[in-house]
Design a protein around this ligand. Structure first.
Ligand code: UDP
Ligand code: MG
Length: 315
């Protein structure tokens, strides 16, 4: 018997792209069924992440018109990663393989064939990797590269140029379900699951319509999450910095005592002001970094649900 494939697509205010996305995905899934690569029980699952526009209305219309579509409505907006998790955790109950992708058609749908082929060759996780970043602005490209480098330095193992376009087998998803963290950074968690993996290159295009739902502020928060959820190196760094400054201050103490004894101690206003500002700045920064981690502990210990499903339509 053929494997059942579910494609999960998180949607936040995506009324502009949904009609086109659903049409193309349906054609793709039907062609795969025809080729005998997947079961006819396969589905496309749209997850409405508390959209304010007609997204859910469109999804439920699709579900009513065609059995190939299924829909999950989250009780309110929880962000891309949580919406994706809601889709994955629901789909794993029914599917043998699940592919996650964005709603805006930036991820090349034709790569799905290769994903499934790699799965049949034995991979449990297949990463979609962007072959180039031509469609990105120079700013996004350079910050993305710098960010990957920083993550690597901090010892976080992520796949370069891979976003959340990937295939996971049922048992990989079972593995994922055992990670209970509230601060989700799926890109960092998935490589921790293990199993055989493969990568498929694809060309990432422009958003089909509408605007990015990831403004700079959300992107920064996501980036900080990526570091603080997987590495304690920043805290180590602060400890190191504190140690160095402590040594320096001892040297300064010796120096100032010597100067005092020799009798050259003059007003020294500039050096005092400088050190006050610098030490103050470093302390604030350090407190901030430590605060990030404490905030994380705070939200993890409450272990609130990562998503709440209001409605689930599947025939
Ligand atoms: N998204 C979501 N909830 C949010 C923000 C975004 O489900 O709070 C979805 C969005 O609908 C899209 C995907 O996450 O399918 C990626 O978002 P987007 O394309 O806006 O991000 P970008 O490609 O610009 O990084
Ligand atoms: Mg996008």
């Amino acid at each position: 018997m053929n494997d059942i494939l579910y494609v999960t697509v998180p949607c936040y205010n995506e009324e502009e792209v949904l009609p086109e996305t659903s049409k193309r995905l349906k054609a793709k899934i039907e062609s795969l069924i025809e080729k005998g690569m997947i079961s006819s029980q396969s589905r496309i699952v749209f997850i409405d992440d508390g959209s304010k526009d007609k997204t859910w209305q469109l999804i439920s219309e699709l579900c009513n018109a065609d059995d190939i579509f299924a829909g999950i409505k989250l009780a309110h907006n929880r962000g891309h990663q949580n919406a994706l998790l809601a889709g994955l955790m629901t789909a794993k109950e029914y599917a043998d393989i699940v592919i996650s992708m964005d709603a805006d058609l930036q991820d090349d749908i034709d790569a799905v064939d290769k994903f499934v082929e790699e799965y049949h060759k034995g991979a449990d996780i297949v990463y979609g990797v962007r072959s180039s970043r031509k469609t990105d602005t120079a700013f996004k490209r350079s910050t993305a590269l710098a960010y990957y480098r920083i993550l690597q330095k901090m010892g976080v193992d992520i796949v370069y140029n891979h976003a959340d376009y990937r295939l996971m087998s049922k048992r990989a998803l079972e593995g994922l379900s055992k990670f209970n963290e509230v601060n989700l950074f799926l890109r960092g968690i998935v490589p921790l699951i293990g199993y055989k993996t493969a990568t498929v290159e694809y060309e990432r295009s422009e958003r089909f319509a509408g605007e990015s739902k990831y403004p700079l502020k959300k992107m920064l928060a996501f980036a900080i999450d990526g570091i603080t959820s997987f590495s304690i190196k920043p805290i180590r760094f602060i400890t190191g910095l504190g140690f160095i400054i402590f040594i320096l201050s001892l040297l300064m103490l010796v120096y100032s005592v010597i100067v005092k004894i020799i009798g050259h101690a003059d007003s020294g206003w500039a050096s005092i002001i400088c050190s006050i500002w610098m030490i103050g700045g470093i302390q604030l920064l350090s407190l901030g970094v430590i605060g990030e981690y404490i905030g994380k502990i705070y939200s993890e210990t409450k272990s609130r649900p990562r998503f709440i499903i209001e409605e689930f339509i599947k025939k």
